[in-house]
Design a protein around this ligand. Sequence first.
Ligand code: SAM
Length: 389
Amino acid sequence: MPAALTLTIHTLGMDAHRAMADQVRLGLTRSPKELPCRYFYDDRGSALFEQITELPEYYLTRAETEILEARSDELATITRPQVIVELGAGACTKTRLLIGSAHRAGSLRCFVPFDIGEGVLRSSVSEISSEFRDLDVHGIVGDFASHLDAIPRLGRQLVMFLGSTIGNFEVAERRRFLASVRALLSEDDFFLLGVDLVKDERELVAAYADEQGVTAEFNRNLLNVLNRELDADFDVGSFEHVALWNAAASRMEMHLRANGGQRVRVPGAGLLAPLEVSFEDRETVRTEISVKFTRGIVERSFADAGLDLRAWFTDSGQRFALALATAIPLRHHALDLAERDQLDVPNREDLEVPAGDHVREPAAGDAELARGFPKSQGLHVDVNTSSLH
Ligand SMILES: C[S@@+](CC[C@H](N)C(=O)[O-])C[C@H]1O[C@@H](n2cnc3c(N)ncnc32)[C@H](O)[C@@H]1O
């Protein structure tokens, strides 16, 4: 059976450029300075990230892969997905394990990778479809913040968000993101989330400051992106990579530190005149956060978004976890929240969580929910350049 290969591109055209300019202006004029991490992922940034995943210090990918190698068949049996949706899919390297299991189990028909990086998504779509020839592959280039509702519903879903990318969100952003994921789910769908766990500070810092300097290169590449996209004149070599553990916020942070005072012009981020920014000697700009989780924090974030943690899988070193959730029916979720507000219940993360995995029996009813795109044949590239907002 020939597979359908569709790449839907959601771009905001000039608005995307405007959004970047606005975010960069806001970030560089605030104190302390910060830049949005989403702009790391141009083609070079995506390639550097793939190199990072293979570094000896970067345990995250190996630990998550270990869990997937051990649990993919079990996950495929529990979730029986007809469709795997992967958010922030990148190169889809680990995803292949789950795709393989669900494919062998006979349930899987379609894979929907979603990512802001068009180059990386195009190659993932083409690689996955040549590896799994009878699978429909429907790639979507879009932004978590604006385009999750563009994801078609093509059958019973397993929505995945791997690589601890959720750690890059501030608390409010994480809440909004999880609520949008909840909105994607029907009652027989599942959500699988990869999270990095709190651990020894030295191990954490080493993972973000490797000896070969690939993470430093990845971090500095953000300035290359701003030079290219916003016509900025950052002297990239004058900024040093810094990785530090912020215990109070339970997160790793990446910064770029100015070596000597710097004056930078960013014409593309100016309003009436080009934006001019000064850096004191050793002043930093924060470029990424990576929150480290406990099971309690994940369970509470899920509950707030109307998601129920059903299973928790960790690697042998307890460094990384995969959390499997289902949607709490909307009526129950509203009652839960009202009851918690009335009783002033303590944070779930302060309560003891029962040990062991608890997984619900597979839901009865295999009804196919027909919303979204018809199954197409052959190669189809659907480019949607209209503004969505
Ligand atoms: C840390 S990488 C993880 C990649 C892959 N899932 C893995 O586990 O190796 C984060 C991915 O999310 C994508 N991404 C970052 N910000 C995004 C956004 N706002 N909307 C959509 N994708 C985004 C990046 O392009 C990148 O592929």
